[in-house]
Design a binder for this molecule. Structure first.
Ligand SMILES: Cc1cc2nc3c(=O)[nH]c(=O)nc-3n(C[C@H](O)[C@H](O)[C@H](O)COP(=O)(O)OP(=O)(O)OC[C@H]3O[C@@H](n4cnc5c(N)ncnc54)[C@H](O)[C@@H]3O)c2cc1C
Length: 438
């Protein structure tokens, strides 16, 4: 048995981990009983673990390429965005959607239908997937949005519960350099940054705001907005620190990230950012994956770990972001990092997270007595606004909230039942949220 957890380091579970190297081995495992797929374990909660059961580590299925003239590439589902970029960037191709870490597998990216800083322009990961191969208890399927759209879209965002993805065909984005030109602007309050984001939707491919959730009064929600696009040929940028060069060797003592230290960090971060800067060259790593520079940074949150709470609300309910930030500031809970992004329209996947509107992600250490109650209150706020919480980040939602936030759950269950009628594909997340039969 191996002790496993998500990136938030809570909750942990012991499971038997197996690492198949072929689809035949996978099919045999599926015939033996319940199991859960796992990539690089970068989902935050309990999506990639199964207490007392079998967890299938897919990182061995990592074959890659080549890239064809139109920029399409076939990859094993265990290949990471890091592996892909190492091959594709020198040839002038970039991953069309990247989350805030490149330590994510193709299978994990499809199962969570991940988004990047360009959702308002380019949609989520699945939008760029031409086809995928799915191993299920009822056989192997080659799927695309055109051939068997129901199973394709149920797999996208389906958190590994419709089958195991073994192979992906992905369309890459042509780039002329490995540099991003970045505009930075500081805003003294939330309304100002949100107005700027709406106004810039059309002009910028990438856009993200870091919000200071510790500031109060007139400065509530002050923020640093960074927006940019790929630079033309010949651009140069300072190198980002090599991933993992810096690291957090041991789990930090409880309380290292307390209201005082988090406030001080947020103050320094805000002051450090230029008020306005234009077209400053950034490396790919510095712009897209700054946290990858520090290995195991999740240990900073101490032995109890942390929760990432990410919600989306429709455009018309944008004031929910303000209410959430104000509520958090009042509660005394502090989020070390708070990230605000714009989403464009969602895709047809019943369990995919993005919808046109605003998404805010908060990192909150576990331990404060007020945390469970405050997050329950945020769930209600989000639900009341017609929004939802991201399953790939979740460790604490209630089943009834999920059913209300994802109203197409029954439709998704019906498609899943076609390929897994006995409920072989399982996870702690699926059990906790009653996504599948109990
Ligand atoms: C620092 C950081 C920043 C992040 N930023 C973003 C962001 O900006 N946007 C975003 O959308 N997400 C973001 N994430 C979340 C992350 O992108 C997703 O959780 C992603 O699913 C993790 O991929 P993984 O390979 O680690 O999968 P795991 O965490 O191992 O698994 C995630 C889910 O995928 C399933 N799964 C894994 N492999 C397969 C497979 N081959 N077949 C079927 N199912 C499979 C698992 O069962 C599980 O349900 C971030 C995470 C971190 C740690």
């Amino acid at each position: 048995m191996t002790r496993l957890s998500g990136w938030g380091r809570t909750p942990a579970a012991s499971a038997s981990v197996v690492a198949p190297s072929s689809e035949d081995e996978l099919a045999e495992l599926l015939a033996r009983g319940p199991l859960c797929a796992r990539g690089l374990g970068r989902s935050y909660g309990d999506a990639a673990q199964l207490a007392g059961g079998t967890v299938v580590d897919l990182t061995g299925l990592d074959e890659i390429g080549p890239i064809d003239a139109a920029g399409a590439i076939t990859l094993g589902a265990g290949a990471s965005i890091d592996d892909l970029l190492a091959l594709s960037l020198p040839q002038g191709w970039f991953v069309p959607v990247t989350p805030g870490t490149r330590q994510v597998t193709m299978g994990g990216a499809i199962a969570a239908d991940v988004h990047g800083k360009n959702h308002h322009r380019d949609g989520s990961f699945a939008h760029h997937v031409e086809s995928l191969r799915l191993v299920t208890p009822r056989g192997i399927f080659d799927l695309s949005a055109e051939d068997d759209p129901d199973l394709f879209w149920a797999t996208v965002g389906g958190m590994g519960l419709t089958g195991i993805v073994t192979r992906v065909r992905l369309r890459l984005l042509r780039v002329e350099s490995d540099v991003v030109l970045v505009d930075t602007d500081r805003y003294d309050d939330l309304d100002a940054v949100m107005a700027a984001m709406v106004e810039g939707d059309e002009r910028y491919r990438y856009s993200v705001a870091w919000v200071d959730c510790t500031a109060r009064g007139a400065r509530t929600g002050r923020a640093v907005l960074t927006r940019g696009d790929h630079a033309p040929a010949g651009a140069r940028a300072p190198r980002a620190p090599r991933p993992g060069r810096l690291g957090v060797p041991v789990v930090a003592p409880p309380g290292l990230l307390n209201p005082l230290s988090v406030r001080a960090f947020n103050e320094a971060w805000f002051r450090r950012a230029p008020r306005h800067a234009r077209e400053v060259p950034h490396s790919i790593g510095a712009f897209f994956h700054p946290l990858d520079g520090v290995a195991d940074w999740n240990r900073l949150y101490g032995p109890r770990g942390f929760v990432q709470y990410q919600f989306v609300v429709p455009d018309a309910a944008g004031e929910t972001v303000r209410h959430a930030v104000e509520r958090l500031a009042r509660s005394g809970l502090v989020s070390f990092l708070a990230v605000l992004k714009r989403f464009g329209p969602g895709d047809p996947a019943p369990l995919s997270f993005p919808m046109a509107g605003w998404t805010l992600a908060l990192d909150l250490p576990v331990g404060a007595a007020a945390l469970p109650h405050e997050l329950d209150a945020l769930d209600e706020l989000v639900l009341g606004a017609g929004g939802r919480v991201y399953l790939a980040k979740d460790a604490r939602l209630a089943p009834a909230s999920v059913a209300a936030m994802y109203p197409r759950l029954e439709e998704w269950r019906a498609v899943r039942a076609r390929v897994d009628p006995e409920g072989v594909l399982l996870s702690d997340l699926a059990r906790r949220l009653h996504l599948v039969g109990r």
